[in-house]
Design a protein around this ligand. Structure first.
Ligand SMILES: [Zn+2]
Ligand SMILES: [Zn+2]
Length: 288
């Protein structure tokens, strides 16, 4: 028996003790699994308690075969109940909700399976199997509370590493002199910044050591200590598509001034032709 439990990335990062509830088949406690209101269970007199009867079947004239079939009177149970239990109506089991504790450990990999021994469906006839919780990562959503609204909520995880995309304006990427406070999954601040004159090329990835996921203790070599993966920050540069008129004029004149002074025409530098190029047609042949 397997159930899927989805929890946010935050819980995988911080670790969390929580609960979950499942509905399962349980042995009826009113009749202690006998199915009988008064506790009396009689042996079926049709089959004598065997649950099966032998029937003679005619296959062809003069040719018989004996077959063993389930007893109809007791549905193969070998026992009959005169006064069925009012809770389970004689079925000996009921559906009920059961709550289990769930201990999400720091850094548990997504998709991990946690086993609860003998907690699956119960039956008076067999030992209950294991209940397996398949722990998956819930899709990120903006919660109502502060701790559910951090940047970290939208970090993406791959193994022990985390990934984040930070947007920079053209001015920031080019001129520098900016700071960003990114709020991590446990609320601490990861400060990103550049001094004046420090250029960030679009799609540059900055790796912040040990700002990734904690490594699950079972994946640590000696099973102790706390280690972290890395946080990969990719910078996306967004250019303005609208500019204040005055600003546009000023930029234009600055660009124009430097283009006259030191600009190059890239096509000319690369030796590209001004018109199209005629490809040889199939009639021509190469001299070998
Ligand atoms: Zn019977
Ligand atoms: Zn019952």
């Amino acid at each position: 028996m397997e159930v899927r439990v989805a929890v946010p990335l935050r819980d995988f990062y911080n670790g969390r003790k929580t609960e979950f509830t499942i509905e399962k088949q349980a042995i009826c406690s009113a009749c202690e699994g006998s199915g009988s209101a008064d506790g009396h269970v009689e042996t079926c007199n049709t089959c004598g308690g065997r649950g099966a009867v032998i029937k003679r079947q005619q296959l062809a004239p003069g040719l018989f075969q004996q077959v063993q079939m389930q007893c109809d009177a007791c549905a193969g149970k070998g026992k009959t109940i005169k006064h069925p239990c009012s809770v389970c109506h004689g079925s000996r089991v009921v559906r009920e909700s059961e709550t289990h504790e769930l201990d999400i450990e720091k850094g548990m990999p997504k998709g991990v399976r946690i086993t609860y021994e003998n907690e699956a469906d119960e039956s008076p006839d067999y030992v209950a199997g294991d209940l397996i919780v398949h722990l998956v990562e819930a899709d990120p959503t903006l919660g109502a509370q502060d701790h559910e609204r951090t940047d970290g909520t939208f970090f993406r995880r791959r193994g022990p590493d985390l990934f984040w995309r930070e947007v920079l304006s053209l001015r920031e990427a080019w001129m520098g002199d900016w700071t960003r406070n990114v709020t991590h999954l446990d609320g601490h601040i990861v400060k990103l910044s550049r001094k004046r004159g420090e250029v960030v090329q679009p799609n540059t990835v900055e790796i912040l050591k040990e700002e990734g996921m904690p490594v699950w203790h079972q994946q640590l070599e000696n099973n102790d200590g706390l280690q972290y993966g890395n946080l990969h920050v990719e910078y996306v540069v967004v250019l303005p598509d609208m500019m204040d008129r005055g600003m546009e004029k000023e930029f234009w004149s600055v660009w124009d001034k430097y283009r006259r002074k030191s600009g190059v025409v890239l096509d000319r530098v690369l030796g590209r032709p001004e018109g199209g190029v005629r490809m040889p047609d199939g009639e021509e042949h190469d001299e070998l």
